[in-house]
Design a protein around this ligand. Structure first.
Ligand code: C5P
Ligand code: C5P
Ligand code: C5P
Length: 444
């Protein structure tokens, strides 16, 4: 029961009221509905849920995929000539609720980032955000989970698979807890999640096994980052490199051989088998991520909507994206400060690469665009337990004429070029303080 996810009855009642108001507002809206969503997996999965929901409710809609929300983007999107438009922001918006409310926009925010104002309703703006209901937006539910909570008000339980895909994209699946766990169970109960199987991660892809290994970044095995090494390994364990699916015996041989590089737990994982042409939720999340990061978010939406042509293109984009990452990882130069590490990379891949490079310090990936440096910072759970909050760290970009924010474990920023060094110094200092403060608290 969904009630058990909430801390107490009062919070649950508040959630009921909010989600019910939002579902009614959408159902009763007669004009255009504009969806503005984020370009990553969670954003594209959110967009997919809303598109399918609005089709079924017979609404006119328009979907826009954006990299980041800020006042400029809101100004571009908002057109007060069309006063009968309902705007739905997903995977973004909570940090800008005052701007949105200030424009008297008729809007709904379905987000999981820390909200700026702790309201569920500011005049015309309705907001469904886990943080407002004592739920953890980094671990317990993603934006697509929030969108699904609206969709299930109309009993569209099949859309739960996209909430699972979105949550995996935001790394909330290890393991699924809280609201995510509830959604997984609901998907399972209705058989849209067909199965959860312990399997090797390489079986998730419908690619020849040598490609599945070569393109894997989770785990990323440095020793197997070129075709020849992968082929040699497969020869050693007597596996046909062109096989797409490995049987039990072959799996065991491969796992034993790979143990020299990584822990078995990284190779043998829970696979989520969904009712979708891309049957593996992780594979689908990876294709969506690749499409989004390569500036092909619409193809990603097409893949999620099971358009055969988009699926073909999406799979190619996935391979191209992974090749890019692997090539860049080979040549990366990591710069070290006292408490952080950073590198210069390319648009679309810095976030993914940063998370692969995290060891005992947070890592920041940086690239240049139009007079600005844009960056993605990533930590890990251990660092967060030690006090790291990258959301707070990156938000100091506003002191340098930029903007930034996100989650404790993953955040981003953009700053004018001239301030890069000063900004990184400040970031280094703040991270140091965050980690030290917790150490002191533990000692006392
Ligand atoms: O996503 P994009 O910014 O390109 O969409 C803007 C277009 O959407 C406008 O040019 C307009 O034709 C259309 N629109 C509309 N009715 C609205 C809002 C936008 O037809 N209420
Ligand atoms: O915009 P959004 O909140 O969806 O971005 C979250 C980002 O954080 C994703 O790129 C996701 O891969 C990353 N993340 C991560 N490690 C985690 C949780 C999230 O790298 N443990
Ligand atoms: O772009 P990236 O994937 O690194 O973003 C990680 C997180 O930081 C996302 O949740 C994103 O919304 C947030 N972010 C932000 N402001 C920025 C850049 C990223 O709030 N300027």
């Amino acid at each position: 029961m969904i009630t058990t996810v909430f801390k107490d009855k009062k919070i649950y009642e508040k959630y009921r009221k909010t989600v019910n108001e939002i579902a009614e507002k959408i159902k009763n809206h007669q004009g255009l509905i504009r969806i503005i969503t984020h370009y990553d997996t969670d954003g594209l999965a959110s967009g997919t849920i809303l598109i399918k929901m609005l089709y079924r409710l017979n609404k006119n809609f328009h979907l826009s995929i954006v990299e980041h929300l800020n006042e400029k983007v809101i100004n571009r999107i908002y057109n007060n000539e069309y006063n009968n438009t309902l705007y739905i922001f997903c995977d973004m918006g909570s940090a800008y609720i005052d701007t949105i409310a200030g424009k008297d926009m008729n809007a709904i925010i379905l987000d999981h980032h820390p909200p700026k104002l702790r309201y569920t309703k500011v005049e015309e703006v309705h907001q469904l955000n886990p943080h407002l209901f004592n739920l953890n937006g980094v671990r317990e539910v993603s934006a697509s989970g929030v969108c699904y909570l609206v969709a299930r008000e109309y009993e569209f339980y099949d859309l739960s698979i996209f909430a699972i895909v979105g949550a995996i994209g935001d790394v909330q699946h290890e393991p699924f807890i809280g609201m995510n766990k509830f959604i997984v169970n609901e998907a399972r109960e209705h058989r849209y999640l067909r199965n959860i199987v312990k399997d090797i991660i390489y079986n998730a892809y419908d690619l020849p096994i040598w490609q599945s290994i070569l393109y894997s970044t989770k785990p990323y095995i440095k020793e197997l980052s070129d075709e020849e090494s992968v082929m040699n390994l497969l020869k050693e364990v007597d596996i046909d490199p062109n096989k797409t699916y490995l049987e039990e015996e072959e799996k065991n041989r491969l796992v034993s051989a790979l143990k020299r590089y990584v822990d078995e737990s990284q190779i043998v994982v829970d696979r989520y088998i969904i009712n979708h042409k891309i049957e593996d939720a992780y594979y689908l999340s990876e294709i969506l991520n690749a499409c989004g990061k390569k500036g092909m978010g619409s193809v990603g939406i097409g893949v999620a909507l099971e358009d055969d042509e988009c699926i073909k293109i999406g799979k190619k984009i996935y391979i191209k994206y992974k090749n890019d990452i692997i090539e860049q990882l080979k040549n990366i130069e990591l710069h070290k400060l006292n408490n952080i590490e950073y590198f210069f990379g390319k648009k679309g891949t810095i976030g993914h690469m940063a998370s692969l490079l995290v060891r005992d310090k947070p890592v920041i990936g940086i690239y240049e665009e139009e007079g600005y440096y844009k960056m993605s910072s990533r930590g890990n759970r251990l660092l967060v337990e030690k006090g790291l909050d990258l959301s707070k760290v990156m938000s100091i970009a506003s002191q340098f004429g930029g903007s930034g924010g996100g989650h404790n474990i993953a955040s981003g920023a953009r700053i004018p070029k001239i301030y890069l060094n000063a900004f990184l110094q400040k970031v280094d200092e703040i991270v140091g303080n965050q980690l030290k403060r917790r150490e002191r608290e533990m000692e006392n």
